[in-house]
Design a protein around this ligand. Structure first.
Ligand code: COA
Length: 260
């Protein structure tokens, strides 16, 4: 697959996606959003890829936001379309059916923070900076930030970030639960790969259902969420992988999962 603003490679079950517009700090223009939609649609279907890692090209940025030049020209109708398009692509990532790990190598601002929020695990380099600076531009977050940030770090911290537009460091992001781990820049990729490899050792179908249970249950009542969990638990009990995993434990050997 050939893209103008994305790099992609596949190795040992991991799909590596790099946003590649370093001269614009990997800002997400419409073209890049469309390319992400095409690539992630392919990744959803590709059974060989079990985990995806997404990062930004260059030393400086993960993604420094949506493209401000494009934002400057939007009217009301176009603005809503712009937001809906980005939301659709980020929801595709969130509901990919396999884990997506954000390797946050630098600035993750506006749409950059929002992209990390759509991912399932966030690993940040010590150099990463996070923020929702849209209000400084007379805008608000439009790619899910007002919703996913509050769900992840709580309403108070989310509103502080969204209303001040302040940037925070990777360490501060760790303290509020916005990222899972902070590592030195040179260890970012290996830290992401280590997590990916652990996940790949597990049953892909169990990983998929676990993701689905958390994603679908989180915004429901506890009772509805528990129903979703029981439904998926029942389904997973009917898989070959669950028979293999439990049998392998009892036989004191490593399981061989088939994803069935
Ligand atoms: N959209 C479009 N272009 C962007 C961009 C964005 N979100 N963020 C950075 N760029 C461009 C700059 O315009 C500049 O382009 P140029 O060289 O053609 O002038 C290039 O990327 C480098 O950015 P620059 O601002 O010179 O780097 P810096 O190191 O001085 O500052 C930032 C880095 C991240 C602090 C600064 O670029 C910034 O504040 N970016 C916007 C962040 C933002 O508000 N994002 C939310 C958008 S909703």
């Amino acid at each position: 697959m050939e893209f103008k603003n994305l790099l992609f490679k596949q190795e040992e079950g991991i799909g590596f996606v790099t946003i590649n517009r370093p001269d614009k700090l990997n800002a997400l223009n419409i073209e890049t959003i469309k390319e992400l939609e095409e690539l992630f649609t392919h990744l959803k279907e590709n059974q060989e890829i079990k985990v995806v890692i997404i990062t930004g090209a260059g030393e400086k940025a993960f993604v420094a936001g949506a493209d401000i030049e494009e934002l400057s020209k939007l009217n009301m109708v176009e603005g809503k379309e712009y937001s809906l398009r980005g939301q659709r692509v980020f929801s595709l990532i969130e509901n990919l059916g396999k884990p997506v790990i954000a390797g946050v190598n630098g600035y993750a601002l506006g749409g950059g923070t929002e992209l990390t929020l759509a991912c399932h695990i966030r690993i940040a380099s010590e150099k990463a900076m996070f923020g929702q600076p849209e209000v400084k531009l007379g805008l608000i977050p439009g790619y899910g930030g007002t919703q996913r940030l509050a769900r992840l770090v709580g309403k108070g911290k989310a509103l502080e970030l969204i209303l001040t537009g302040d940037m925070i460091t990777a360490q501060q992001a760790l303290e509020i639960g916005l990222v899972n781990k902070v590592v030195p820049p040179e260890e970012l990729l290996s830290a992401c790969k280590d997590i990916a490899k652990k996940i790949i050792n597990n049953s892909p179908i169990a990983v998929k259902y676990a993701l689905e249970a958390v994603n679908n249950g989180l915004d429901k009542s506890l009772e509805e969420g528990l129903d979703i969990e029981a439904e998926l638990f029942g389904m997973v009990c009917g898989t070959e992988d669950s028979k293999e995993g439990t049998k392998a434990f009892l036989e004191k050997r490593k399981p061989v999962f088939k994803g069935k």
